[in-house]
Design a binder for this molecule. Structure first.
Ligand code: NAD
Ligand code: MG
Ligand code: MG
Ligand code: MG
Ligand code: MG
Ligand code: MG
Length: 335
């Protein structure tokens, strides 16, 4: 069983008199900075000169400076820039300004686990990884006063206080309200990559797309295929989240349940299981991390081409038209 900590285990006052520097103001960075600020923590935001996020952060009342200056001024530094730039930002701006006894924090274990960043032994190195997109985390905090769960891991405990700092930070961003699960950089990194590749992002979009194309190829109207294979998925996932597979199956018709139990594993068969093992092998061996970092170092040509192809695919064209007639979904179109 993993240790699960909540607010009673966390002491926000561990951050009293300390400055927390949030490096980056994107999805995670803005949510961490604003939630900590609202919790009364002394926050600074570190961004490069000319970053469009600078104005957003200032307009929200936050103090903004360069990454180097914020690192110098901070006792706790959260690295919330994209994983693939962390190596360079760390080498050029963070590492030269990192004082002994500082806490260097990450929201995902990628750069530390795969060795792209190797901090000196004089600092604490830990992770608070919220299990939600940053914008959802901020919305929950503001609108409902609730938190999202997060993972805590300590990679290096120079001061002997790393875990307490992590728990205080989790309280400040609201995660301790939901639950802080203790893990390791290895387990967080590898399970996070596997989850997003095989289910959350890669698996689910491939499943939807293949089913959509199958119906369209066999002459069914794309609009009908879109509703069946994509739009309805959220309602099914909500039931699964609320009460597991049992509650979803209880809620759907017996016909749907019989089809599920007899056809599901024909679609997702043992080949898929072995594919998943191979995907996990690449994660564990570091092959995926190496490939992704090289892709970034070499100008991301392959990535940008794949992204463009996906953005202009048939399901996207059909979906855009249908979302227009459902304004209550608050459609967001990325071109
Ligand atoms: P993001 O792309 O949304 O935001 C990145 C921010 O970094 C932007 O403000 C950008 O201007 C800034 N930035 C980019 N290059 C910079 C540089 N060279 N110097 C200074 N600032 C720079 O990133 P994100 O999705 O919030 O990811 C940040 C970290 O959080 C990653 O480690 C990621 O794995 C982790 N994480 C993200 C989510 C999520 O909700 N997106 C969830 C859990 C963990
Ligand atoms: Mg993105
Ligand atoms: Mg994840
Ligand atoms: Mg991830
Ligand atoms: Mg149906
Ligand atoms: Mg039923």
């Amino acid at each position: 069983m993993v240790n699960i900590y909540t607010e009673k285990d966390a002491n926000l006052s561990r951050l009293d008199g300390k400055t927390v520097g949030i490096i980056g103001y994107g999805s995670q960075g803005h949510a961490h900075a604003l939630n900590l600020y609202d919790s009364g923590v002394n926050v600074m935001v570190g961004l490069y000169e000319g970053s469009p996020s600078r104005e957003n952060a200032r307009n929200a009342g936050l103090t903004v400076d360069s990454v180097a200056e914020v690192t110098k001024a901070s006792d706790v530094i959260m690295v919330a820039v994209p994983d693939h730039v962390q190596k360079d930002v760390y080498r050029d701006e963070i590492q030269p300004n990192l004082g002994p006894g500082a806490a260097l924090m990450f929201a995902h274990g990628f750069t530390i686990h795969y060795g792209f960043v190797a901090p000196p032994p004089s600092v604490d190195v830990l992770m608070i990884a919220p299990k939600a997109p940053g914008h959802r985390m901020r919305e929950h905090f503001v609108q409902e006063g609730i938190g999202v769960p997060c993972l805590l891991a300590v990679h290096q405990d120079a001061t002997g206080n790393a875990k307490e700092i992590g728990l205080a930070y989790a309280a400040g961003i609201g995660c301790a309200k939901a639950g802080v699960l203790e893990t390791t950089f290895k387990d967080e990194t590898e399970s996070d990559l596997f989850g997003e590749q095989s289910v959350l992002c890669g698996g689910v979009t491939s499943l939807i797309n293949m089913a959509f194309e199958t119906l369209v190829e066999r002459g069914y109207p794309p609009e009908i295929a879109y509703f069946e294979c994509l739009h309805e998925l959220k309602m099914i996932v909500d039931l699964i989240q609320q009460g597991g597979f049992n509650y979803m199956r209880y809620s759907v018709s017996d016909t749907a349940e019989y089809g599920d139990l007899t056809r599901g594993n024909r679609v997702i068969d043992e080949n898929v299981r072995s594919n998943m093992h191979r995907v996990l092998d690449d994660i564990q061996s570091g092959a995926f991390a190496k490939e992704w970092m090289s892709e970034c170092d070499e100008g991301r040509h392959n990535f940008l081409r794949l992204r463009q192809e996906a953005r202009t695919s048939r399901i996207h064209e059909v979906g855009r038209g249908l979302r227009e007639i459902m304004p209550w979904l608050n459609p967001r179109e990325i071109e």
